[in-house]
Ligand binder design. Structure first.
Ligand SMILES: NC(=O)c1ccc[n+]([C@@H]2O[C@H](COP(=O)([O-])OP(=O)(O)OC[C@H]3O[C@@H](n4cnc5c(N)ncnc54)[C@H](OP(=O)(O)O)[C@@H]3O)[C@@H](O)[C@H]2O)c1
Length: 242
């Protein structure tokens, strides 16, 4: 059985990825910061069956690398898919009120941790030489700029996703970016806030996992209609396309 490594597994989007992976009859290797976060995930998905938990500090530049070392040593299950979605603050602070500390903390969690996850797992996926996927979630906030802090972490993620799409165009790894322009929350919160739930959203990732033609692409989700009727476009551009 295949395994999906999820970095940021305990958040809204991570819970969506875990739900979709389990529904697609795959196992999950969930990277969590501590036991309490792991318990939150179990409560939100209603089971721990099929999920192996590993504690790591994904914000540090050696956290995910340490997980891959444990996989290589046979202490954790081998994985064929990676999903990354470490998130930072979802707050409206205006640009002029963002302190240096707040900026650095958000870039560290919202961008660097996702970069480290890619840098330190892609080699493992490539080495296996078998069909594999890498999926990252970004948000339309990065283009809209309504809330500057969560918007600014998306900018470098967009660029990283373009570079990764380009670098993996011809490899065994299908890299894709989910570009999300609506709010998705864990089921209980979604019900309270009237937004899309992780369970409703799950078919999108199930489709990405199962459709080999979706590669090096941005999968655009502008509304719930895009969950089943998937819209995607190649990320690599030439200068004349800009
Ligand atoms: N939710 C949406 O509708 C939506 C829409 C568009 C884009 N996105 C993008 O998707 C990504 C995730 O969003 P989300 O809603 O899932 O965020 P979230 O619910 O706040 O989850 C963030 C995840 O990152 C982890 N994390 C944050 N700081 C950490 C730290 N210092 N150490 C270890 N882990 C840390 C959290 O772990 P803990 O659980 O332990 O705190 C959690 O797993 C973001 O980049 C966001 O911009 C989300």
């Amino acid at each position: 059985m295949e395994t999906v490594l999820v970095v940021g597994a305990t958040g809204n989007i991570g819970t969506f990825a875990v739900t979709a992976a389990l529904r697609s009859k795959r196992q999950v290797l969930a990277v969590v910061r501590n036991q309490k976060s792991g318990e939150k995930l179990v409560k939100n998905i209603g089971t721990s069956e099929g999920v192996t938990f590993v504690e790591a500090d994904v914000v540090s530049d050696s956290g995910v690398r340490g997980v891959v070392e444990q996989v290589r040593a046979g202490k954790l299950p081998s994985f064929q898919h990676v999903f990354t979605c470490v998130g930072a603050d979802y707050i409206p602070t205006a640009l002029q009120d963002i302190t240096t500390e707040l900026l650095r903390d958000n870039m560290s969690r919202g961008f660097e941790s996702n970069f480290f996850a890619y840098r330190d797992t892609i080699g493992y996926l490539l080495e296996q030489g078998k069909p594999a996927t890498y999926t990252i979630c970004t948000g339309a906030m990065g283009d809209l700029g309504w809330w500057p802090l969560p918007a600014m972490t998306q900018g470098p993620l967009f660029s990283m996703a373009t570079a990764a799409s380009r670098e993996n165009e011809e490899t065994n790894v299908r890299f894709n970016e989910i570009y999300l322009a609506m709010r998705v929350e864990v089921d209980e919160d979604a019900k309270q806030h009237g937004v899309t739930s992780t369970t409703e959203f799950a078919p999108l990732y199930e489709a990405i996992l199962s459709r080999p033609e979706i590669r090096s692409s941005r999968v655009r989700v502008m509304s719930t209609a895009d969950i089943k009727d998937i819209k995607y476009e190649k990320k690599s551009r030439q200068v004349e396309d800009l």
